[in-house]
Write a protein that binds this ligand. Structure first.
Ligand code: HEM
Length: 254
């Protein structure tokens, strides 16, 4: 057995089996499952802009807790973003354990994947690549959300997307997230045999179909929402920094 395999399986220097890798696998599954489900909720919230500016504004204010704190507090969003960022980092650290550590290991991995021609092995490679991409792009987004949570809203978000040049990052992050998340949930259910039933092979085919449907759905929703933020951002480009005032208040003013 090579040193690499021993390390991965958790064989200690005294030749005994360690339970640490299995525990870390658990941590990876739990944090990954949580983040994938969080992203579905996140995409639905972000897509509130497709309903109307007022609706996105009221979603933002609800997340700031305006039903308990007068006017809402962006600090709540910052705290939540900090928690999500911490889980994101733990999950990434668990995933990095399995990445090839040098070019030689990468070559062996590619050769295996080519010779196996196994669909699930290819899915693993896509997941490793999109995970690596997300580590950088996701960190930028989460840091901005954590430190600028008072700048979330129909105009502030649209200004960030268009005038502050976040749209190229969001396009790449969106692609990475939607592939990574649904492949991750598929792999989780296969790994832990959640829906195996009487015929695991046919279940796997159905799960793969469901995975594609979910990827296409959330990718389309994300692209449509991003297009909406870009459109508002372009129209609002000469008034960057101006905050959105909901229609109910402007009516009151007039
Ligand atoms: C609590 C944490 C988070 C908050 C508060 C948050 C908030 C937001 C907001 C308000 C937007 C709209 C654009 C903007 O204002 O800049 C957005 C867009 C986006 N976020 Fe997050 N986000 C969080 C976590 C994440 C994570 C963990 C990821 C993935 C790693 C992610 C990926 C994206 C993507 C891809 C978009 C563009 C969406 C689109 O295409 O419509 N976000 N996020």
């Amino acid at each position: 057995m090579s040193e690499l395999t021993e390390g991965y399986l958790g064989i200690t220097s005294s030749g005994r089996k360690s339970k640490v890798p299995a525990k870390l696998d658990y941590v990876q599954s739990i944090t990954g499952g949580f983040l994938a489900l969080f992203m579905w909720g996140h995409m639905l919230l972000v897509s509130s802009i497709l309903v109307s500016n007022d609706f996105m504004y009221s979603v933002t204010k609800t997340l700031e807790g305006n039903f308990i704190i007068n006017g809402g507090s962006p600090l709540l969003v910052s705290t939540f973003a900090f928690i999500i960022f911490s889980i994101f980092i733990v999950h990434a650290a668990m995933g990095l354990r399995k990445m090839p550590a040098n070019f030689k290991q990468y070559q062996v991995l590619r050769a295996h994947a080519k010779s196996l021609r196994h669909d699930d092995t290819n899915l693993w490679l896509i997941q490793a690549f999109t995970g690596f991409v997300m580590l950088f792009l996701g960190s930028v987004h989460l840091y901005i959300m954590m430190t600028n949570s008072s700048d979330i809203g129909p105009y502030s978000s649209a200004d960030r997307v268009w005038s502050e040049w976040m749209w190229p990052l969001y396009i790449l992050l969106l692609l990475a997230v939607e592939f990574h998340g649904t492949i991750g949930l598929y792999r989780l259910s296969v790994k832990w045999g959640w829906f195996d039933g009487k015929n695991p092979r046919s279940t796997r085919i159905r799960l793969k179909r469901l995975k594609w449907i979910l990827t296409v759905f959330f990718l389309s929703l994300g692209i449509a929402s991003l297009a909406a933020y870009i459109k508002i951002g372009i129209e609002h480009a000469d008034k960057v920094g101006e905050k959105y005032i909901p229609t109910s208040l402007t009516k009151g003013i007039l």
